[in-house]
Design a protein around this ligand. Structure first.
Ligand SMILES: Cc1cc2nc3c(=O)[nH]c(=O)nc-3n(C[C@H](O)[C@H](O)[C@H](O)COP(=O)(O)OP(=O)(O)OC[C@H]3O[C@@H](n4cnc5c(N)ncnc54)[C@H](O)[C@@H]3O)c2cc1C
Length: 628
């Protein structure tokens, strides 16, 4: 049987869901093929979305009209704004979610998206003719013909799971691996490699003594991931903190000889920043304890996730070690932790649109590009889905720059530098951090998405109204003069020096001790201005406006400096060099630069400058040749 679509998306993980929804909403007739419809957007590891830098990605996905933020808000059991004590560039929202509700909320969205069909099956082959994608074939023998195919197969490609010396093929616990797809892709010149990741034990909460743990509640303040500000619905639950001990470590060490990480059974590289407990023990042998978080998996389930205890040690070793922790003395587990190895494809063989340089019309997104994390996957999925749909319309690709979005940083890093270990996002990867804040993702990105037809009218209207209110408030703050006699008593109570002369409110707000919230009660005109802005808005909408305005004023100097730097880079970004040079014959640049430039084939001079091994001197040579 043969079906015809504009776009086929393979895999309904976080990348696939965003890709399929974006493609269909942009008008492309889209089919999402996935192995199991009841596992749509399954969170393979911790049911938590966001966190440092990842939270910013989710805000960007939302600003662009994606769904991860909306689904997270609908399923959040606990919400926290991380790094509140640091500058706003570092504030990162994180939510613990109800895993099952997350699946069913996403599935409901996809089932009700126009132009989108779902097909439950396993894709076995990529169909390619003359280096151009034609569609895919499935295990059931169906053929799906399409102009573009987006592969988002996650950890399933030749997936192999490990628990001690036990090895099981699979893409995730109790789910089959995808054994044929890698070969049908690499056949066309696409390079593949192998990576690994791991997950901890799941615990029955009835067996836990919570009185022996430290409670970690969520934020009282009300935030959401989505700029649509849909209130959270679920009961908010705490997480719990507990520690390992020397006794726990002693038991864990008894399993090291049977550890697939240490006995050579696992050869591939895992995520450096999500190490297993056995890796932590061997990297920090003198540490007497490690902090663990026991986190809820759902509103109604007894299953809990033990964050920080990822392991592939033998099952009995994992459980016996945990029983040495007083709170887990009577522990029952639903299943042990395990590690998984899987195939990924070299992302330097992709354009910034995430289209393959080897096969036209083939897009790759998510874990298959060597990343780790739901947010990184979802961000890539959204961009791949958008670009697949745009390609079917014959339109230019949609690419985000490094100064526009963390998603831009992520994709540029992947296609320019490649990966030698699972790539996860950090704020330190972005050179323009203060421009890429979580509070203003809508003002950075919604208009771009609206212009291609993805962000809805409502989203665009909300953004423009917010932007106008923020600008009005900033103008007020910059123009309003504060008199010492009016404000000095308040400044003293806030622990900051009194004014000798009058100054603008913006100057006062530059002081770390002064915020809009604590100064507002002392300046009647400011309070009246804020009340005027509050009219017809929810408290959350007002809070977002105050936050954005305050950050813009407080950090104006840093923001201006980063904008200037970014503008300089944009000039290089606009110099297109793709296909203009035969690098191997350029004697004026180093051999390393010739090889790297030939391998990556950068699209712009700016991208060339970011390739490791290409020096500023090499870039100058390219500039001189361009001028000639
Ligand atoms: C055991 C484990 C532990 C992890 N631990 C962490 C961690 O600690 N930290 C972290 O950041 N991330 C972790 N991850 C990774 C995280 O789950 C992924 O980054 C994220 O889910 C990737 O999203 P994705 O959409 O790319 O792929 P996935 O979420 O893996 O989704 C892939 C989808 O494709 C479908 N599929 C695959 N092959 C086919 C096919 N041939 N035909 C049809 N459908 C197919 C699958 O059924 C699935 O629905 C872990 C993953 C696993 C499995």
């Amino acid at each position: 049987m043969t079906f015809h679509f504009d776009v086929v998306v393979v895999g309904a993980g976080h990348a696939g869901c965003e890709a399929a929804a974006a493609s269909a909403r942009l008008g492309a007739k889209t089919c999402l093929i996935t192995m199991d419809m009841n596992k749509i957007a399954q969170m393979s590891c911790n049911p938590a979305i966001g966190g440092i830098a990842k939270g910013q990605i989710v805000r960007e996905i939302d600003a662009l009209g994606g769904h991860t933020g909306i689904v997270t808000d609908a399923c959040a059991l606990q919400f926290r704004m991380l790094n509140r004590s640091k500058g706003p560039a570092m504030w990162s929202p994180r939510a613990q979610c109800d895993r099952e509700k997350f699946i069913w909320t996403w599935r409901g969205i996809l089932e009700n998206t126009d132009n989108l069909q779902i097909w439950q099956d396993q894709v076995s082959e990529l169909l390619v003719e003359d280096a151009e994608v034609q569609g895919v074939k499935t295990f059931l023998g169906a053929e799906f013909r399409a102009k573009c195919v987006v592969i988002t197969a996650g950890t399933f490609l030749n997936g192999l799971m490990h628990v001690g010396r036990v090895r099981l093929p699979g893409g995730r616990m109790s789910e089959p691996a995808s054994p044929l797809l890698t070969e049908s892709i690499t056949r066309h010149g696409i390079r593949a490699g192998r990576m690994k990741t791991g997950t901890p034990v799941r615990i029955d909460k009835r067996s836990v003594d919570f009185s022996l743990m430290e409670e970690q509640p969520g934020d009282e303040e009300y935030h959401t991931f989505s700029f649509l500000n849909i209130p959270r619905r679920l009961k908010q639950l705490p997480c719990w903190i507990v520690y390992t001990s020397a006794e726990v470590h002693e038991v864990l060490r008894t399993g090291f000889a049977d550890s697939p990480l240490f006995n050579g059974q696992i050869q591939s590289i895992g995520p450096r920043y999500c190490p297993s407990i056995e890796t932590k023990l061997s990297t920090f042998p003198d540490r007497e304890q490690h902090m663990l978080f026991l986190e809820p998996e759902g509103e109604t389930t007894n299953e809990m996730y033990l964050n920080g205890f990822s392991s592939s040690l033998p099952m009995d070793v994992q459980l016996n070690a945990l029983r040495k922790i007083p709170a887990f003395r009577n522990l029952h587990a639903y299943r042990p932790g395990y590690a998984i190895e899987y195939d990924f494809f070299d992302p330097t063989q992709l354009f910034h649109s995430l289209e393959s340089k080897c096969v036209a019309g083939l897009f790759l997104a998510g874990q298959v590009n060597g990343t780790t994390g739901y947010e990184e996957a979802a961000g890539q999925g959204l961009i791949a889905g958008i670009n697949a749909a745009l390609k079917t319309r014959g339109e230019d690709p949609f690419v985000l720059r490094r100064d526009e979005a963390y998603i831009g940083v992520l994709i540029d890093d992947l296609v320019t530098k490649g990966v030698d270990e699972p790539y996860r996002m950090f704020t330190s990867r972005a050179e323009y951090r203060i421009l890429l804040r979580q509070d203003d993702a809508d003002m950075r990105l919604t208009e771009r998405s609206y212009r291609i037809g993805l962000a809805t009218e409502e989203r665009y209207r909300r953004m423009t109204e917010k932007k106008a209110a923020v600008e009005t408030l900033i103008a007020f703050i910059q123009n309003f003069s504060v008199k010492p006699s009016l404000i000095n008593p308040a400044l003293e109570t806030l622990g900051t020096t009194p004014l000798l002369h009058g100054c603008k409110l913006s100057e006062l707000l530059g002081r770390p001790q002064v915020t809009l919230a604590n100064i507002r009660p002392h300046i009647h005109t400011l309070d009246a201005e804020i009340q005027r802005i509050a009219e017809g808005r929810t408290p959350l909408e007002l809070e977002e406006i105050l936050e954005a305005a305050e950050v813009e004023v407080k950090y104006a100097g840093y923001i201006r400096r980063e904008r200037e730097m970014a503008e300089k880079m944009v000039r290089l970004e606009n110099i297109r060099i793709a296909g203009r040079f035969d690098y191997m014959n350029m004697n004026a640049i180093t051999i390393e630069a010739r090889q790297k430039l030939t391998a990556i084939q950068p699209e712009t001079l700016a991208q060339a400058s970011r390739i490791p091994g290409v020096s500023p001197a090499d870039i100058n040579v390219l500039l001189v040749l361009m001028n000639r």
